[in-house]
Design a protein around this ligand. Sequence first.
Ligand SMILES: [Zn+2]
Length: 79
Amino acid sequence: MLNIDLRKIYLFQPVEPAPDPASLPAAGDLYYECLECTTVLNSVPHIKCACPCGNLSGGGGQMKVMKPERVRVVRGKLK
Ligand SMILES: [Zn+2]
């Protein structure tokens, strides 16, 4: 499990307008912020990852979201 605070590396800006929780977009520069535990994870995770509360879990290029309405889609730019 990789536990890096991505906020130290990237600047995140919310995607506007907020995407429909029923079909969250996924891309290399898009990240999901879990609103339950504030963890930010890439929407296309190549390495196995999960947020502490279990809302987000992924790996192999796929992110599984338990509560999509509790996710904010943000775009990350390297600082
Ligand atoms: Zn979480």
